[in-house]
Design a protein. Structure first.
Length: 181
């Protein structure tokens, strides 16, 4: 049986890192080398249990580990790139604007708390922007998309496959702008 591939989550800081055989300062162990890749497997308070690429395990001060950027997990069935992210970004912007308008109306006393709740019921949007990368939620396709360098890649379904048939999505329940059908 093949060993699973070692995938580090962190590296040791450039000055190295003391380690302990247990999450107990009275049990010191061999210090870890500078910039050593490790996988953080457990956290208890400030203590972090790490595994090194050779399988050796030890405890460290997890606050001092340097996190590595992680690629999004792969889907079992690769989906084709979806193209230009700008239309989806436009829908995200419109949804945020509609929510902001409802919130402004509530804050300025133009609508009641109940009217606010009615206006935003079923209203869902998701976006995480991180430099050149972005996660965008498309409720029409019930899918999260990962966008990098201007290209969308379908990534994670919002619902269980086949669940959408026989029910309306949250988008179908979203409030419309004034004057829209």
């Amino acid at each position: 049986m093949d060993e699973p591939e070692f995938r580090p989550t962190h590296v040791v800081p450039p000055d190295g890192l003391p380690s302990w055989s247990a999450p107990d300062p009275a049990q010191p162990s061999v210090p870890l080398d500078p910039v050593l890749p490790v996988r953080l497997t457990e956290v208890i308070g400030d203590w972090g249990h790490v595994t090194c690429s050779n399988g050796w395990q030890t405890w460290v001060d997890s606050r001092l580990l340097v996190a590595l950027p992680q690629q999004p997990p792969r889907t079992p069935n690769a989906l084709a790139p979806a193209g230009d992210p700008r239309p989806l970004l436009r829908r995200v912007e419109e949804a945020v604007q509609a929510y902001r308008q409802a919130l402004d109306d509530l804050a300025e006393g133009r609508i009641s708390r109940e009217a606010f709740a009615d206006r935003i019921r079923g209203h869902r949007v998701g976006a995480v922007l991180d430099g050149e990368s972005a996660w965008l939620l498309d409720l029409e396709q019930e899918c999260w998309f990962y966008a990098r360098a201007g290209q969308l890649q379908p990534h994670a379904a919002v619902s269980i496959p086949g669940e959408r048939e026989g029910r309306q999505s949250a988008v179908d329940h979203a409030p419309t702008q004034a004057g829209e059908p």
